[in-house]
Design a protein around this ligand. Sequence first.
Ligand SMILES: Cc1cc2nc3c(=O)[nH]c(=O)nc-3n(C[C@H](O)[C@H](O)[C@H](O)COP(=O)(O)OP(=O)(O)OC[C@H]3O[C@@H](n4cnc5c(N)ncnc54)[C@H](O)[C@@H]3O)c2cc1C
Length: 404
Amino acid sequence: MKICDLKKCTGCGACRASCPRKCITMGESDNTGTIRPMINEADCVECGLCQRACHVLCNVSSSRPLKCYAARSADELLKNKGASGGIASLMYKYMVNRNIFSMGTYFDSYSCVGYKEVCSEEDIEWARDSKYVYSDMINVFEAYKEKLVDGMECVFIGLPCQVAALKRYLEFQKVNQSRIIFVDIVCHGTPNFKHLREHLNYIERKKRKIVDEVHFRQPKSNYSFSCYSAGKKIWSRTMHGNDTYFRGFSLGLFFRENCYSCSYANTNRVSDITLGDYSGLGTVEKFVGDKSQMSLVLCNTERGIEWFNKLCNEGMVEYYLRPIEEAINAPGNPQLRVPSSKPIQKEMFDGLYLRTCDFEKSARRAMRNLFIKYYFYLPIEGLKYVIKRIVPNRMKRVIRELGE
Ligand SMILES: Cc1cc2nc3c(=O)[nH]c(=O)nc-3n(C[C@H](O)[C@H](O)[C@H](O)COP(=O)(O)OP(=O)(O)OC[C@H]3O[C@@H](n4cnc5c(N)ncnc54)[C@H](O)[C@@H]3O)c2cc1C
């Protein structure tokens, strides 16, 4: 029995949650660390329910953004602790104070990134912050189904493929979705947790300390990847610094295979609200003021607009209405148009990793070539971007007309 094309499987686990015979488990079917469903063929009766619950095989509704905002949390503390403008944190704050059910991701440095219910303001501490790695949403399906059946208001914040997975699962289970708001976060791609764990092992060996806390992006530390041991920072590297995992993540070297053909890295969004970094602020329409830590908020449905307005009316958000094209065409946020492209070195990385089981060595080797290309093109792209911003629009029009 085959559920979906394994290269497209996002590892959501909706198939497992919907199997009446409980004969599907989620695990690593090869040595790459990719989590996928595994079927116990002896117990499987080929009822096909797993396929009907699968978002890869079914069409999940999506819509073009209706409104676009540059926004950040009005609360300094929430803003400074989020990966971007702290919008997710203030959503959690709004929800816990109104008894709205939501779940957030926690980071267990040994086993996984998983989902737990956010019950109190203290819980926002672990739920916020982008964890740049695959997250396990296995317990999400039943939890949301139960709360919605009980008539509770719910909000789900997750990666676009996870939103699609939950939407499809609820549809398949014939659960009324009028009480749930879906929020997706723009996604570059997700590496396997195994690779991150091996990278942490490397840092632990190098520093001779146990890593018990990881932050992938801290605005206050120049958006660095930082590791802590007993409350003390032992490792901190920026995106372009010397960190194999963080660099490889930004270059898309070791994402899950499905990320390179992601159908949700698109201008049509599967959620009511999309959150991301606001890239290109002021490029289409002048923006006066402080641009730092500005998040992108795309309201994709009328319900999304209504929900975001509620947060704004509470005075929780500093927000600016912006042209939609400014955000969706921003060169700095391609995942609003296309999936991350697969570097040719990915094959080299996979081959080396399967042979050596050594993440550091495989990633470093594969990145060697990629870097020459990267550092050659980066300044050129940067220069193009600066020229685009300083040349007045009228002059750009004249140049374009001359070119035609
Ligand atoms: C893997 C990944 C890739 C991303 N790629 C991009 C990108 O290319 N462009 C862009 O503009 N933004 C990207 N983001 C989103 C960005 O980093 C911020 O999360 C977003 O701008 C919201 O910021 P915030 O300050 O409001 O919330 P944050 O404090 O960052 O909270 C983020 C929310 O996302 C959830 N979350 C965190 N990690 C995961 C995870 N691994 N799986 C599921 N949910 C998670 C948290 O539970 C929380 O609800 C990515 C995020 C992730 C997790």
